[in-house]
Design a protein around this ligand. Structure first.
Ligand code: ARG
Length: 473
């Protein structure tokens, strides 16, 4: 390769605002410039853009397209650019449209011709697809870590409350007693599946688009496997048109993020309900709540409320990305520049939300007495009475009917099933004996559900310990 090929015409790249502007006869308006630029938001991928460029340059040198001196210059220039960016001294310009052109222009300023050789055999189309994948891979790894931290906190609290009883609800009506630990571990399951989903999505994120160039590949004898290895990609994308075009990996991430927020939102709704003085099952630490500017008695669970609300924007980003992709012909279209802000916001929202929840869940104050009192209302052990009769040979439907009569009687008397004297219970069914009171207690009810996935304290303890071991505590 000739070392220095600059001529006055070629120098124009360094001086012209846009890298592609030599072909154009009039400048774009300021509004169009702002409308088409992405640097205000894609500059957050700068680190990954530089990583990708270095891997590309290393490959170009390995096949002799650029010299080792050029490679050394590119490495030196990029190191300085990275320093400038990290120090907040890099001069981002919307005249240069996006993160890629801003960095490339600065590289040329710093190192001259070697910088101009970097873009050989590459296009911004495969460059941006690579940057997003590198950026997203990192976000996925952080998010999976946070999900496991949250599971760890849930399991820790579950272990403490393996035998704490509260009413379990269906239709938000008291159904059957459950243990609080069991209830918490339901969320540990959900967040565990979220982590699995992200790990699965990561497999498809972690493929290298570079080499696709604009859309058709490149005529240089590039070594894509080498670039993939350098950047830690598991595979290379197998079709150049697809590599620069599809954003299904980002859509998958947004779908997984929407599910994370759906689970966070359900937990939030419960935290809000539980903290209402009408229910009073828990208290949240003051640092997650705010007061009212007018009502001095208020302590509002702002954090879970806001998390519930933020689910909306994350769901919205999924729909936006699906819609962005659906009508695009192959290959790259500028539409794809719209993939970033929603993706960034989804990742930021789940990351911040999970970080806060790890702390908040660890600090939940459980009001076991209130939970127990609530479980004693609403005939939570009615099913246990029916099951008791079934075990004595009564068909389940008949037992169900018998218990319904007993519940009605209790409602009239204003008492619980366990408060009825044996003689009165026997009026409903002669097979009821003294041992019924063991069945009608809350403790008897939960302890009886002693199978995998059941609410018995022994099982909850086992499960909590399993999750704790899995999540490293
Ligand atoms: N800023 C662009 C994006 O985010 C980079 C790729 C631009 N490619 C192009 N041919 N205009 O997608």
């Amino acid at each position: 390769m000739p070392k220095n090929t600059s001529s006055t015409l070629q120098d124009q790249f360094a001086n012209k605002a846009q890298a592609w502007s030599a072909r154009f006869s009039e400048p774009v308006s300021d509004l169009v410039k702002r409308y088409t630029a992405s640097v205000t938001f894609d500059k957050r991928m700068a680190n990954f853009d530089i990583q990708g460029s270095l891997a590309h340059a290393d490959m170009l040198a390995s096949i002799g397209i650029i010299s080792n001196d050029d490679l050394a210059e590119i490495e030196r220039g990029m190191a300085q650019i990275l320093e400038e960016i990290n120090a907040g001294q890099f001069n981002w310009s919307i005249d240069l449209e996006d993160v890629h052109l801003n960095i490339e222009k600065r590289l040329v300023e710093l190192i001259g011709d070697a910088g101009k050789r970097l873009h050989t055999g590459r296009s911004r189309n495969d460059q941006v697809a690579t940057d997003i994948r590198l950026w997203l891979r990192n976000e996925i790894d952080i998010t999976i870590g946070l999900l496991h931290q949250l599971r760890n906190k849930l399991a820790g609290l579950a272990l403490e409350h393996a035998a704490t009883i509260l009413p379990g609800f269906t239709h938000l009506q008291v159904a059957q007693p459950v243990t609080f630990g069991h209830h918490l571990l339901a969320y540990a399951e959900m967040f565990g599946r979220d982590a699995e989903r992200l790990a699965d999505c990561r497999k498809r994120v972690n493929r290298l688009p570079l080499g696709a160039a604009a859309l058709a590949g490149t005529s240089y004898p590039i070594d894509r496997e080498r670039v993939a290895r350098t950047l830690g990609f598991d595979e290379v994308c197998r079709n150049s048109l697809d590599a620069v075009s599809d954003r299904d990996f980002a859509i998958e991430f947004c779908a997984a993020a929407a599910l994370v927020m759906t689970h966070i939102s359900r937990l939030s709704e419960e935290l809000v309900l539980w903290m209402s003085p009408r229910i009073g099952f828990i208290d949240l630490a003051d640092r997650f709540c705010t007061g009212s500017s007018i009502m001095p008695q208020k302590k509002n669970p702002d954090v879970p409320e806001l998390a519930r609300g933020k689910t909306g924007r994350v769901n919205g980003h999924l729909i936006a990305l699906l819609t962005l992709m659906k009508g695009q012909p192959l290959a790259y279209n500028k539409d794809n520049q719209e993939d970033k802000e929603g993706l960034f916001d989804s990742a930021d929202t789940i990351r911040d939300t999970l970080t806060i929840f790890v702390d908040m869940v660890g600090g939940i104050k459980v009001k076991a007495e209130a939970m127990r009192a609530a479980a004693l209302q609403g005939f939570a052990t009615a099913t246990d009475l029916a099951d008791y009769l079934v075990k004595k040979g009564v068909p389940f439907r008949d037992a169900h009917e018998t218990v319904a009569h007993a519940v009605r009687e209790c409602e009239q008397r204003g008492c619980d099933l366990a408060d009825l004297p044996l003689a009165d219970l026997q009026k409903f069914h002669a097979l009821i004996e003294d041992d019924i009171y063991g069945v009608l207690t809350l403790e008897g009810s939960v302890a009886a559900r002693n199978h995998i996935g059941g609410t018995a304290p022994a099982r909850v303890k086992e499960e909590a310990e399993r999750v704790l071991a899995q999540t490293g505590a």
